[in-house]
Ligand binder design. Structure first.
Ligand code: FE2
Length: 295
C-alpha cells in the first residue's frame, strides 16, 4: 500500500527517526490508516521521552556472580555474590530457615563462602549467619554499632573483599542505629537493607530508630550515588526485585518529601508491634546461633 507516493512499510520505518529529529509525523490520508497510525506514533513519542531520561543500565562484569534469594515467610531477600574466578563468595542478609538451602547452593556452584553479612540486627526474622558459619565455615559480619555479636565488626569506610571484588560500607542509621548499606561501585549497585526499600523505607519506631537520621542518610549517602546504580533492599512485599537511585529519587512516596513531612509520615504509620521481634532480637544479638535447629 502506498500513501502519497510512500510505501506503508517505509513510512513506519521512518517514524522513529522522524520523531528523534522532531520533524512532523506524516499524516496518513485514509480514515483507516489514520486510526491505526495515531496510537503508534503517540506510543513511540511517549516511550522515546521515557527512554531518553532513564539512565543507562550498567551490566555486571562477567566475573561477578549475583543471585537474589527469597524467604517467603519474612519476605526477605538474601544476596549471594561471588568472584567467578577465585570462587570466593559472600551472602548478604541470610535467613535462618534458608541456611541449608543457601549452603547447598554455595556447594553446588563450587563457591567458598567467606562471609555472611548482615545489613542490621533484624527484628522480623532470625539471621542465617550463625547457622551458615557452622555449615560452611564462613565468618559473620555486622556493624559494631548494632551491638550484635559477630566474627567481624565493621564501621563506615571498611571494605569487605571477596576475590577481586570489594564491598564498600556506608553507615546509614535511622531504621536501627546499626544499619549499614553496602556498595559495589564497579558493579553499580547498593544493598540498602531496610534503610531504603522499593518505594518505601524501614520503620523507625523501635531499635533506636530515627526518622531524621534515616532521611538524612538516604539523601546524603544513597541519593548522591549515580542515578543508574541498582538498589537491592532487604525486603519487598509486592514482588518487586530491584530499583535504582533514579527511580527512588523520583518515585519514593516518603523520601521525595521534605524532612519535616517525612518525619510526620513516619510518626503516623501506626504499625503493629513486629510479630517476631521478641524472638528475633535476642537471637540476632548472638548472631543467630542460639536458635539453630538441632539436626
Ligand atoms: Fe529491619
Amino acid at each position: 500500500m502506498r500513501i502519497a507516493g510512500v510505501s506503508l512499510f517505509s513510512a513506519f520505518a521512518r517514524l522513529p527517526s522522524l520523531i528523534r529529529v522532531s520533524a512532523p509525523v506524516p499524516t496518513p490520508v485514509s480514515g483507516h490508516i489514520k486510526s491505526f497510525c495515531a496510537p503508534v506514533s503517540s506510543r513511540l513519542l511517549h516511550s522515546q521521552s521515557a527512554a531518553m531520561s532513564l539512565p543507562e543500565r550498567k551490566p555486571f562484569t562477567p566475573d561477578f556472580f549475583f543471585r537474589q534469594l527469597f524467604d517467603t515467610e519474612s519476605s526477605t531477600y538474601s544476596y549471594l555474590l561471588a568472584d567467578v574466578g577465585t570462587r570466593e563468595a559472600v551472602i548478604i542478609d541470610p535467613v535462618l530457615e534458608q541456611a541449608k538451602r543457601d549452603a547447598q547452593l554455595v556447594k553446588d556452584l563450587g563457591f567458598k563462602l567467606k562471609y555472611a553479612i548482615n545489613t542490621h540486627m533484624h527484628a522480623d526474622h532470625i539471621t542465617g549467619s550463625g547457622w551458615l558459619r557452622q555449615l560452611t565455615g564462613c565468618q559473620s559480619v555486622i556493624a559494631a554499632a548494632s551491638g550484635a555479636k559477630a566474627d567481624r565488626h565493621i564501621e563506615e569506610g571498611d571494605r569487605i573483599e571477596f576475590g577481586r571484588h570489594a564491598i564498600d560500607t556506608l553507615a546509614t542509621p535511622g531504621h536501627t542505629n546499626g544499619c549499614m548499606s553496602y556498595v559495589i561501585n564497579e558493579q553499580g549497585c547498593i544493598f540498602t537493607g531496610d534503610t531504603l526499600l522499593i518505594r518505601g523505607c524501614g520503620r523507625t519506631d523501635f531499635q533506636e530508630g530515627s526518622s531524621k537520621s534515616l532521611y538524612e542518610n538516604v539523601h546524603a549517602k544513597i541519593f548522591s550515588l549515580p542515578d543508574n546504580y541498582r538498589i537491592y533492599p532487604a525486603h519487598d512485599y509486592k514482588g518487586q526485585l530491584e530499583s535504582s537511585v533514579w527511580e527512588e529519587k523520583r518515585y519514593n512516596p516518603r523520601l521525595t518529601k521534605t524532612i519535616d513531612e517525612f518525619i510526620k509520615i513516619m510518626e503516623n504509620l501506626n504499625l503493629p508491634y513486629p510479630k517476631k521481634i521478641d524472638a528475633s532480637l535476642p537471637a540476632n544479638r548472638e548472631c543467630g546461633v542460639y536458635d539453630i535447629p538441632k539436626e
